[in-house]
Write a protein that binds this ligand. Structure first.
Ligand SMILES: [Zn+2]
Length: 345
């Protein structure tokens, strides 16, 4: 391991933390703030953040609306935020808003605060943004937030489907870690043994707490939230996203690129079931997901059989990563067989 490992993220977590945001940011020297939020998430948390900032006398501007995670809209947002010249950007919402916030804050060099309103993915903690450029979505190195505000009162009340999708995104490590080690041995990719071991222990903890997560009780929500926060640190320690993403994510990216309807974490869960069979047919990942009440068939998720097979044959081309799919990927026949053997179709 060589080079600088930078941990910049502070975490404000617990019940009612959103209302405390203004006070904490003011203590950090925040004087002017721009809040970027989706329309719905403004009502869920954005207005509370704005009120708490105004109470502290912080000049606050709100940019709220249906902003898509495209490079074009990110540039427009950057121009709007630049004209406000805030010292702090607060992104309130899900993965899309957090990805945009990270991109803009990175470009403008402002402090970044992420206030996730859902645990459906780890986007609020990592130093990468995934933005659409035309037909393709590509990851860009941006920056992890300076502060993450996790308000369990908000996260406990999100739809259960979002929490289960987040669990799917996190459990991806089951297959991602296998692929990453393979990439180290067979393709000379950068590897961190320490990062891999910490990542494995977060999977063990999530596995022990599956029932709590499915019940969305305090313990379950806190475990899922902190494991997603940990992903940001893991990627810094490892110097790569591969500590949290492997062939199962490539399958998810392929489905996303094909315009399949559904959530990132749900695609990841399907991908984990599929790739796990290639890596180790004796490992029963499906039953882990089922214990949490997750549906891991294409039909239950509203994905067509042709989309599953198509995504499997394209997945290896999504990123220049070495994985269990090798360099050439799966043929159509092999893809269909794999999907049937794993009961995904
Ligand atoms: Zn993911």
């Amino acid at each position: 391991m060589q080079g600088l490992i930078s941990f910049r993220t502070s975490v404000l977590a617990g019940i009612g933390t959103v209302a405390e945001t203004g006070k904490r940011l003011s203590e950090m020297g925040c004087r002017s703030c721009a809040i970027v939020s989706g329309e719905r998430t403004m009502g869920i948390a954005g207005s509370k953040v704005a009120q708490s900032l105004e109470r502290e006398g912080v000049a606050t501007e709100v940019i709220s609306g249906d902003i898509r995670a495209t490079l074009g809209e990110a540039r427009e947002l950057e121009a709007r935020v630049r004209s406000l010249m805030p010292d702090t950007l607060v992104a309130v919402g899900g993965g899309r808003i957090c990805d945009l916030g990270k991109w803009v804050a990175h470009r403008l060099g402002t402090r970044l605060v992420a206030v996730p309103t859902t645990l459906s993915s780890d986007a609020f903690s990592t130093g990468y943004s995934v933005l659409w450029d035309g037909e393709r979505n590509t990851p860009v190195r941006t920056k992890p937030p300076d502060v993450i505000v996790g308000d369990y009162d908000i996260l406990i009340h999100e739809p259960k489907r979002f929490v289960l999708a987040g669990l799917g995104d996190m459990m991806s490590k089951v297959t991602a870690l296998f692929d990453w080690r393979l990439a180290f041995w067979l393709a000379g990719e950068r590897y961190s043994d320490y990062g891999a071991n910490i990542a494995r222990s977060t999977v063990d903890l999530l596995t022990r707490r599956l029932e709590n997560i499915a019940k969305m009780n305090y313990n379950g929500i806190e475990t899922l939230f902190l494991s997603e926060v940990t992903d940001g640190y893991l990627m810094e320690i490892s110097g790569t996203t591969r500590v949290a993403a492997g062939s199962e994510h490539l399958f998810a990216f392929a489905l996303e690129n094909m315009g399949a309807e559904g959530m990132h974490g749900e695609f990841c869960a399907l991908g984990t079931v599929l790739m796990s069979y290639l890596q180790d047919p004796g490992r029963d990942v499906r039953s882990l997901f089922e214990r949490a009440g997750m549906q891991v068939t294409a039909e239950a998720l509203g994905i067509k059989k042709e989309q599953v097979v198509g995504a499997l044959t394209r997945a290896h081309r999504m990123r220049p990563w070495y994985t269990i799919m090798g360099r050439d990927g799966l043929s159509e026949g092999a893809a269909e067989r794999l999907a049937r053997y794993t009961r995904v179709i």
